[in-house]
Design a protein around this ligand. Structure first.
Ligand code: SF4
Ligand code: SF4
Length: 498
């Protein structure tokens, strides 16, 4: 691992609001998208004369379309309840990473152009002209927010900073100052079908390789089909599942579950990506375009249901928006929810006794669970409130004998972001990612010390990649992070060796 050029924060004995360090993250700016990546998405290639007015016009456009945005910008009373709730503020100490300060970056421009007091007495109400200095602050600090929504849980008015961040990013994309990481990835999805730019033949090779691996390990011919017309299930999963560790073991787990349940399934080489980075870019148009790929193949293949693999923001987009973005899905079997999460599917099979499981296969582990923020605070699973917390835990408890939760102040709806969500999982933001992981690392470290936890399971591709990267900075092993369906896959009894 390359030597870090920053200090990893130290574990705090009594976690408390950190001392402020003005400008601590002023130096960190993620790479700006190249003109060709911007233009491929229909946005200005770079800042051009008159961008200030175009930014204000775009804000006006968003205020007209999104009433909540105006309410969020109008209703903050500066009570301070959110200030110490953001993992990036906790880890970096930069006061501009306090959620209320982050909101104010956009709020000050909103006040200047869209409120009477801001037009008449800008200095009195903290209103600011749209200028390069303001834009530079937007670019830095709206790319130090993972859109995790933890702060909104603590806000008495329910102000959603993530929505404000998305609006700011939408405006920046529009005027030609988008982020390289997110926008390059969006371009790959449109062109090739997945974030990684993995073409169809490579995907087929990968899936064939998994069939061989499972056969070698278990002696059972578990299929990993690609583009199989007529399958019952279209599995839409993050492309990291196709080969990255620890994700791929989760995909092997899904395959074993489908095999054991006797349900035919397939992935698609055209819609080979569950992730929808347009959410991070704040672009409804782009989100729509990515989601339509899924509808197209579901129709072409004639599947009965669509199941999403382990990916946090993908599930948020799917659960909250898929029907609006790409519906109606009236060609699917109405017996099943649209969409369905792989954990709902596996949980249902477990409840019906349809899977033979041996949890002692995981007896070498003491497991804890990291609630991913987009699942925890922006979606649900099952039919009961809180299903997004209970179902993953019920599945884990069915396949492991040793499970322990982390500090309740850091789980369920109060969960801390892994530090790499919201389009920040790029190495040019590594310092932010490591520092932002501090609260989760502290909670994990605590159960490692007190209960001998050896593994942390997660159901998000970003969380898994992020933790594999940052765990060593906190003195823990990168392979502590695992997929929930890895645990499931190891516990399934496939019928013995042939
Ligand atoms: S949404 Fe998450 S990352 Fe953004 S300000 Fe709130 S707590 Fe911080
Ligand atoms: S908790 Fe809500 S109202 Fe209070 S300062 Fe934060 S955003 Fe404003």
């Amino acid at each position: 691992m390359a030597k870090p050029t920053f200090d990893t924060p130290e574990y705090r004995e009594f976690p408390s609001p950190p001392a402020i360090e003005e400008g601590a993250m002023e130096h960190l700016e993620t790479y700006i998208a190249k003109p060709e990546h911007q233009e491929a998405l229909g946005w200005a290639g770079e800042l051009e004369e008159g961008w200030e007015q175009r930014a204000v016009d775009k804000l006006g456009d968003l205020l007209g379309k999104n009433k909540a945005l105006r309410v969020y910008l109008d209703s903050c009373v500066k009570c301070g309840a959110c200030t110490d709730k953001c993992h990036y503020f906790i880890g970096t100490r930069d006061p501009k990473n306090m959620p209320v300060a982050r909101q104010d970056l956009l709020r000050s421009v909103y006040r200047r152009y869209f409120t009477l007091s801001g037009k008449l007495f800008p200095d009195l109400v903290g209103a600011k002209d749209m200028n390069k200095e303001v834009l530079d602050d937007w670019y830095k600090y709206y790319h130090q927010c993972s859109e995790c929504r933890r702060c909104s849980v603590f806000c008495p008015y329910g102000i959603d900073t993530a929505e404000i961040t998305m609006a700011a990013r939408d405006i920046m994309n529009h005027i030609g100052m988008g982020q390289k990481y997110t926008n390059e990835i969006l371009g790959k999805v449109h062109k090739i079908g997945n974030n990684l730019g993995l073409p169809g033949p490579a995907l087929m090779d990968t899936m064939e390789g998994l069939e061989e691996d499972v056969f070698d390990d278990d002696g059972v011919a578990v299929k990993f089909p690609v583009d199989m017309h007529g399958a019952d299930v279209l599995l839409v999963t993050p492309s990291a599942d196709f080969f990255a560790e620890p994700h791929v073991d989760g995909l092997i787990g899904y395959g074993k579950v489908f095999h054991q349940a006797g349900i035919s399934w397939t992935v698609s080489s055209y819609a080979s990506e569950a992730a929808n980075f347009a959410l991070f870019a704040g672009s409804t148009e782009q989100m729509h375009k990515v989601a339509r790929r899924i509808r197209k193949v579901a129709q072409e293949f004639g599947v009965k249901r669509i199941i999403f693999g382990e990916c946090g923001h993908a599930w948020r987009v799917a659960y909250s928006f898929l029907n609006t973005l790409a519906g109606p899905f009236d060609f699917l079997d109405p017996k099943y929810p649209v969409p369905q999460h792989i954990l709902e599917f596996t949980h249902d099979l477990i409840n019906r006794g349809a899977l033979a499981l041996d949890p002692s296969a995981n007896d070498d582990k003491v497991v804890t669970f990291h609630d991913s923020c987009n699942v925890a605070r922006a979606s649900r699973m099952g039919t009961k409130p809180g299903g997004q917390f209970d179902i993953p835990r019920a599945v884990i408890r069915a396949v492991v004998n040793n499970y322990v939760d982390m500090d309740p102040e850091t789980t369920h709806e109060k969960t801390f972001c892994c530090g790499g969500g919201g389009g920040l999982l790029t190495d040019d933001l590594l310092e932010l990612r490591v520092k932002g992981a501090l609260p989760r690392m502290e909670a994990l470290h605590e159960v490692v010390q007190s209960h001998g936890v050896t593994h942390m399971a997660a159901i998000c591709a970003i969380c898994k990649t992020q933790f594999a990267k940052v765990l060593p900075y906190y003195g823990m092993q990168m392979d502590m992070i695992t997929s929930v369906h890895h645990l499931v896959g190891d516990a399934i009894i496939l019928g013995g060796k042939e």
